[in-house]
Design a protein around this ligand. Structure first.
Ligand SMILES: Nc1ncnc2c1ncn2[C@@H]1O[C@H](COP(=O)(O)OP(=O)(O)O)[C@@H](O)[C@H]1O
Ligand SMILES: [Mg+2]
Length: 508
């Protein structure tokens, strides 16, 4: 028996667009009957490659073989004729038609001159059953949710005889439960001998559903046919971004003897008189990062708000340098050099519809360079925003765009840049890297290290335990409003820290 031919073989595919090489010398082999995941960062060239395989784009160089035979695909119709089907990121269904009408549209089975609806309905039923793609052929598409619509798209492709199914980021539009359902469908398709090409940039998905994984980076495949049982998500992430992932870590100590913040017996009560911060005493020295670990909702937000003066203290004192600031307003604290990276950058850190330079002024409206004498200095604010954009590597088309136009990582860099201007002495950083990409995360860690090295006292609150352990000189655990343990960040493991946070650990 001759060796089985791969379902698809792409060789030396190159595709250029004006100013960008979207695919460069790509080699990729897809075997029959496998779920093959293609992963890569946004812009890596995944969709372009799939469009080439689906006849929507012509490659500038390279060859496509399908079942061992060379194929020239000028249009999607050519690809469909060769058994290649694609489900797009954005669905292309007609809302006012039924599932059945959508599925057969353009490929209607005929009996004489008439559309043979009975035959179509029977085939759709048969396919739905064979592949576990449950959907009623007679309902209007407009009544369907996203998961069902996706199943209709898949049926549509199968109806045209596809044996290789391309799904471009199919999970982007789904909720977790629908993702599970889709993965179930993909496994059924595979069981029926179909081949699935699954595109994603989500590592956990790729690892859970794929039989084999290929990684594309900057237009080229950097690894192909990886075994998901043999590769870790960390290694996969490294392949995607192209370097060793930066780690949160501090090198030599910069901790001094000067106490910058000294909190004594601080308590904050709820309206009902229940303590949410309960007798907290904490010191942060210049050049020191003090980490605070805790399950969310154990008083860390209220503690920060008390330090910032957003909330009053019901007992205890807050001393900042020489000053007892317990009764000070937030504005006065900020003017005295307390910088704050808030926990929810969308609600408290930024005005999303405001321009970058307007956001530069936020919380600093009374400070230079945003004011000159009694007047707002827009030019000063703009000039300083340009400086922040440059110094903090904020990727933006300009300083007039709204903050909403920036990615989360770039928004956060803007906030850090703003908070670090004006010579602060204390930085409160609440979840500074939450929800941002690895590049921006590494940049924020570097800014924290620089702040520490320049003598700032830093209070770091985070749910990322590796970040806390790596970036803290001193690490406290907060539970039900009390500091219940101090652990050694040099030796503690995330597991030990996790149990201390729930009160389960036997830490003193
Ligand atoms: N039709 C096009 N015209 C010009 N540039 C394009 C076009 N399609 C994609 N690109 C560019 O090619 C690169 C790869 O894009 P794409 O294949 O969509 O990546 P991915 O799907 O991995 O996010 C990007 O830089 C993108 O801007
Ligand atoms: Mg894409």
């Amino acid at each position: 028996m001759p060796e089985q031919m791969p379902a698809v073989r792409l060789t030396s595919i190159t595709k250029r667009f004006p100013g960008v090489v979207a695919n460069h010398d790509v080699d990729l082999t897809i075997e029959r009957g496998e779920v093959h995941a293609l992963c890569g960062e946004n812009g890596a060239g995944k969709s372009t490659l799939m469009k080439i395989l689906y006849g929507m784009q012509r490659p500038d160089e390279g060859t496509i073989e399908i079942d061992g035979a060379k194929a020239v695909l000028r249009t999607p119709a050519d690809a469909i004729a060769r058994g290649i089907g694609m489900v797009h990121q954005h669905f292309k269904l007609a809302d006012n038609l039924t599932v059945l009408e959508n599925v057969i549209l353009g490929a209607e089975p005929r009996r004489g001159f008439r559309i043979d609806f009975a035959a179509a309905r029977a085939r759709i039923r048969e396919m739905s059953e064979a592949y576990g793609l449950r959907v009623d052929p007679d309902v209007l598409v407009e009544t369907l949710g996203v998961g069902d619509r996706q199943r209709v798209e898949i049926l549509k492709v199968l109806f045209r005889g596809a044996r290789v199914l391309i799904l471009d980021e199919p999970t982007a539009v789904l909720v977790p439960q629908e993702v599970d359902e889709l993965f179930g469908n993909l496994r059924e398709l595979r069981a029926e001998g179909l081949t699935v090409l699954f595109i994603s940039h989500k590592l956990d998905e790729v690892l859970s559903v794929a039989d084999t994984i290929s990684v594309i980076r900057r237009g080229t495949t950097v690894a192909t046919r990886l075994d998901p049982g043999q590769i870790t998500s960390g290694r996969l992430a490294e392949l995607m971004v192209g370097s060793e992932l930066p780690k949160p870590e501090l090198r030599e100590s910069t901790v001094t003897d000067d106490v910058q913040l000294d909190i004594g017996g601080l308590s904050v009560l709820t309206a009902e008189g229940r303590p949410v911060v309960d007798g907290v005493s904490l010191r942060i020295r210049r050049g020191e990062i003090v980490g605070l670990a805790g399950v969310e909702g154990n008083g860390q937000s209220e503690l920060i708000e008390a330090i910032m003066g957003i909330r009053g203290a019901d007992a205890g004192t807050i001393t900042y340098g020489e000053h007892d600031i317990t009764g000070w307003t937030t504005r006065r604290r900020r003017e005295a050099g307390i910088a704050y990276i808030p926990e929810d950058r969308h609600r408290h850190g930024l005005v999303l519809e405001g321009s970058l330079w307007e956001n530069r002024m936020l919380g600093h409206q009374t400070q230079r360079p945003n004011v000159r004498g009694p007047w707002v200095d827009r030019r000063g604010a703009r000039r300083d925003t340009t400086r922040i954009v440059r110094d903090y590597d904020v990727r933006t088309p300009g300083i007039e765009v709204p903050a909403a136009a920036l990615s989360g990582g770039n928004q956060q860099k803007l906030i850090v840049g703003r908070e670090m201007s004006g010579d602060p002495r204390l930085l409160i950083a609440a979840h500074p890297t939450r929800g941002i990409d690895v590049g921006a995360q590494a940049a924020i860690w570097e800014y924290l290290r620089l702040a520490r090295a320049s003598g700032l006292a830093v209070l770091l609150i985070s749910a990322d335990l590796e970040e806390l352990i790596g970036m803290s000189d001193t690490l406290h655990v907060i539970l039900r409003g009390r500091l219940v343990a101090e652990v050694d960040p040099g030796t503690v493991t995330p597991e030990q820290l996790g149990s201390a946070m729930t009160g389960a650990g036997d830490t003193p």
